[in-house]
Design a protein around this ligand. Structure first.
Ligand SMILES: C[S@@+](CC[C@H](N)C(=O)[O-])C[C@H]1O[C@@H](n2cnc3c(N)ncnc32)[C@H](O)[C@@H]1O
Length: 262
């Protein structure tokens, strides 16, 4: 699946899980300093950068990502939203020595820390960016959303998720970290932790079908060598039946950590 579908997936996630995102940005924005400098690590399409720019009217945002296409997409969205003057982008590989990004009052990292080759080094890097009293907000996930209602198709979806999870582990992604313990080890104190269980029932928001379609199609393509032909055919048929199905659900959860630099 084309790279742009990953960008689309990130934007669809923000749209379909808008209640979750609103709650998190209200929480984080509510405890941030006035007119903060925010650094968004692994900013992707800018879901966090734009939301925090809106939630914190005096804020300036530095959005960091290794991927030029993501940063292009982010800049287009920032311009369209009239926020370009408050959001600057920096292309950087956070697995390498970091450019000068600070000092920051708030560092935001959503679904990016699990990509880091050395998460401990990345958390220490975030600590070093922050002014004393600053906040590091980390959103992480251990599993991706399930969309199909209970039944044989959902069984295929679950099997596909199990294989995807094994592939992420083989690729060295850090999906099973104890982020609270890691944040404390990096010097953050206190560390608050909230789990968000997301269970959307039909009818989903309008973008829900497309979100399911892009997710399932992306998964099917990623599993072409790893899933049985029968399961691949089922996934293909399900993806083709979308986005118009009216029985889809969204089941997922996110963990959010709010870590304070003493
Ligand atoms: C799952 S996406 C999350 C994007 C965004 N934070 C969000 O929540 O929508 C992970 C992002 O981290 C970026 N990323 C992964 N490894 C990186 C690295 N070593 N340095 C900088 N960015 C990285 C990817 O390019 C991608 O945009």
């Amino acid at each position: 699946m084309a790279h742009s579908h990953f960008a689309e997936l990130l934007d669809l996630d923000a749209e379909v899980l808008s209640d979750y995102h609103r709650t998190v940005f209200d929480w984080v924005g509510g405890v941030a300093a006035d007119r903060p400098h925010v650094v968004d690590l692994g900013a992707g399409t800018g879901v966090g950068s734009l939301a925090l720019a809106r939630a914190l009217p005096g804020a300036t945002i530095t959005a960091v990502d290794v991927d030029d296409e993501m940063l292009d997409h982010l800049r287009r969205k920032a311009s369209a939203a009239g926020l370009a003057d408050r959001i600057r982008t920096v292309r950087a590989d956070l697995d390498q020595p970091w450019p000068d990004l600070g000092p920051a009052d708030l560092v935001w990292a959503s679904a990016s820390m699990h990509h880091m080759a050395d998460p401990a080094a990345a958390l220490t890097g975030a600590f070093g960016l922050l002014r004393p009293g600053g906040l590091f907000a980390v959103s992480e996930l251990t599993a991706f959303p399930l969309f199909l209602p209970d039944g044989p198709e959902a069984d295929v979806e679950r099997r596909a998720h199990q294989v995807m999870a094994a592939m992420r582990d083989e690729a060295g992604l850090h999906m099973h970290e104890d982020w609270a313990a890691r944040l404390k080890a990096a010097g953050f104190d206190p560390v608050e932790e909230r789990r968000f269980d997301i269970a959307l029932e039909p009818p989903l928001p309008p973008a829900g079908g497309r979100y399911a379609q892009v997710s399932l199609e992306r998964m099917r393509q990623g599993l072409a060598e790893r899933l049985s032909p029968a399961d691949l055919t089922t996934l293909e048929q399900v993806a083709a039946s979308l986005p118009d199905r009216d029985d889809l659900v969204v089941r997922t959860h996110r963990m959010v950590f709010l870590a304070h630099r003493p």
